[in-house]
Design a protein around this ligand. Structure first.
Ligand code: PXP
Length: 254
């Protein structure tokens, strides 16, 4: 039996950040998707934010054409804004990851708040709308590894939870003890798997901070963006994706 390697989703938002900074049509998001897929990415992840600070509406279609050609999934991250939901439905990505969104934030700051009833209902309605419009779409929710939140998530028609690893990654980068986070992640993963929900992870991860997660065989998919694009500035995107994927192959799940 061949080894099951965790999947690497390459988030290419920051290629668009660079492009938007000058209003040019380079660097190309299409090339970024293609180079990532040629060098081991298992999916391409993009976040169409309400403020369109990086990914634009036309990027969604353009990247979808590339992922389709490679036979790999497009994972579209988005808030539950009705306009964005319509764009998502029209572009029919294989995966949609629902995230919280605040205009003033630098990046997604944490998982969705499912404990707030009105927020829970908005997310529940978005999930229903997306699932009833797109037959084969899979949905993940970006959540903290907190049991009260996961308890509510299990009642929704979702396929995966992407656990927020941002705080873990910061503590790791400071050289502090991360065992508390690894314990929470393990409990979360077991709970999710017991409810037939896949456990993914993402946010703030680097080639180093992802290692303890890979070693602990915690997640079946990781979505990594900012570190890859920053590393690529000095080493090239092909090299950055390829070396990261090789490290994934050193830690098969089975
Ligand atoms: N996963 C989710 C849900 C995100 O919102 C982001 C950031 O867009 C990422 C993963 C990637 O995070 P980073 O760019 O810090 O690797």
């Amino acid at each position: 039996m061949s080894a099951v390697v965790p999947r690497l989703g390459v988030n290419i938002d920051h290629v668009a950040t660079l492009r938007q900074a000058r209003g040019e049509d380079y660097p190309s998001i299409v090339d970024a998707a293609q180079v990532s897929l040629l060098n081991g990415a298992d999916q391409i992840t993009i976040h169409l934010r309400e403020d369109r600070r990086h990914i634009q509406d036309y990027d969604v279609e353009a990247v979808k054409l590339v992922t389709k050609r490679f036979g790999k999934p497009l994972n579209l991250e988005m808030g539950v804004n009705p306009e964005i939901i319509e764009i998502a439905i029209a572009s029919a990505p294989e995966w949609i990851c629902i995230v919280p969104e605040k205009r003033e934030e630098k990046t997604t700051e944490g998982g969705l708040d499912l404990l707030d009833d009105s927020n829970f209902i908005r997310i529940e309605e978005a999930v229903k709308k997306i699932k009833s419009s797109l037959k084969d779409v899979k949905i993940s929710l970006f959540l903290e590894a907190k049991m009260e939140t996961l308890e509510r998530a299990k009642d929704l028609d979702i396929d995966a939870v992407e656990i927020h690893t941002g705080e873990f990654a910061k503590v790791f980068a400071n050289g502090d003890d991360v065992s508390k986070y690894l314990d929470h992640f393990r409990v979360a993963k077991e709970f999710l798997n017991n409810h037939k929900i896949a456990a993914h992870a993402g946010h703030g991860l680097t080639d180093e901070s992802v290692k303890p997660l890979l070693e602990s065989k915690l997640f079946e998919e990781y979505n990594i963006g900012h570190w890859i694009i920053c590393h690529a500035l000095f080493h090239g995107l092909a090299h950055s994706v390829k070396t990261l994927k090789v490290s994934f192959e050193n830690y098969p799940l089975k």
